[in-house]
Structure formats: C-alpha cells, structure tokens
Ligand binder design. Structure first.
Ligand code: MG
Ligand code: ZN
Length: 190
C-alpha cells in the first residue's frame, strides 16, 4: 500500500506530525488484510527529505503515529518502507538516482526479501500513476484508489496506461474487499 492519498489524506508534504491524518477506513482495511492472512506493507516516496523540507527523523515519528493508530484498532502493518531520495533535488546522500523511488521496485524488493513475499502474487494499492507502474515493474497486480490523486490520475493518465489497473476502487477499504474476494475466488486465501 501507498501511504499518502491511500492510507492517509494527501496533504502535499507531511512536514509536521499534525498534518498526518489517516483515512477513517485505514485501520479497518489493514485489519481485514491481517485477518485474511495477507501481509500488509506500506511503500512510500518521501522526497521531502531530499528537498530539505523536513528531516528523515520525522518519517519515523509519522510512522510511529500510524502504527500506534493501527495497534489501537487491532490492526498491524507488517512493514513500512520509504524512499527519502530525489534524483535532482537537495544534496547527497539524499540526492541520488536511487532504485527505491517509486515507480522503481527497490522498496518492494526489500520488503519481499525481508518478509518472504511473492511479488507475482501481490497487489500494489495506490492513488498515483507511479503506483500502477510500480505494480507492473514487479509483475504484481494493481489497484488504483480514487482518493488522493486517484481521480485526476484516472482522468489524465488512464488513457495512456498500457495495462489498466485490475481494480479501480473508491477507496482503500473497497480495494481490499475486492482483492480479498478475488483471492477467495481463486481458492488461494494467502
Ligand atoms: Mg499516494
Ligand atoms: Zn530511494
């Protein structure tokens, strides 16, 4: 799952804890994944670090807040991965043409290694064109949510997608429900 625009409101850069607001259905969505035995992993670009808008330490604080909210609601994120880089902005080491800035697959490959994930049987859920491209880059399926940038991405980018997302959903909860229904239909609950 993407973070901003998918699990939480897209507010531009989350340069202060007070700007981070989970969607009301975020905890329920993750709990559904947990109960179905699927791994729930977050992959997020945070180039605000490279741009000098906020320190990398703020990302840990935001993710601490997110994990605490999940905990409080009986949900669990199995992994949270972020890219703090930008290819042209800021200074080293954050200024770099890394392999982890979405749509490049570095974050997913790291998660797959750490958690033993079969990416070919996984889904990427996000609100951006880059999230769909990320899914394609590892042979995963893609679900686009209409929250965050989703509606605009559908309007302006969908016509150029070589392969449209397998699921287009109003929001993360609907995406998760449809992914789980698909998994059941295929007879492969995990
Ligand atoms: Mg997003
Ligand atoms: Zn990176």
């Amino acid at each position: 799952m993407d973070r901003d625009g998918t699990l939480a409101h897209e507010v531009g850069y989350v340069n202060h804890l007070s700007r981070f607001r989970l969607f009301p259905w975020a905890v329920d969505s993750v709990r559904l994944l947990n109960r179905a035995g699927l791994l729930a992993v977050v992959v997020t670009n945070q180039a605000g670090v490279a741009r000098g808008y906020f320190p990398e330490s703020l990302i840990a604080e935001v993710h601490g807040l997110m994990s605490a909210a999940m905990d409080a609601g009986g949900a669990r994120l199995d992994g949270i991965y972020y890219c703090p880089h930008h290819p042209t902005a800021g200074e080293a080491p954050y200024r770099q043409d890394c392999d982890c800035r979405k749509p490049r697959p570095g974050l997913l490959r790291r998660a797959a290694n750490d958690l033993g994930i079969d990416l070919a049987r996984s889904w990427v859920v996000g609100d951006r064109d880059a999230d769909v491209a990320l899914a394609r880059s590892v042979g995963a399926r893609a679900a686009l949510v209409k929250t965050g940038y989703g509606l605009g991405e559908l309007l302006w980018h969908a016509p150029s997608w070589p392969q449209p997302p397998e699921v287009v959903a109003e929001h993360l909860l609907e995406a998760v429900e449809r992914i789980l229904a698909d998994a059941e239909g295929a007879g492969s609950p995990a």
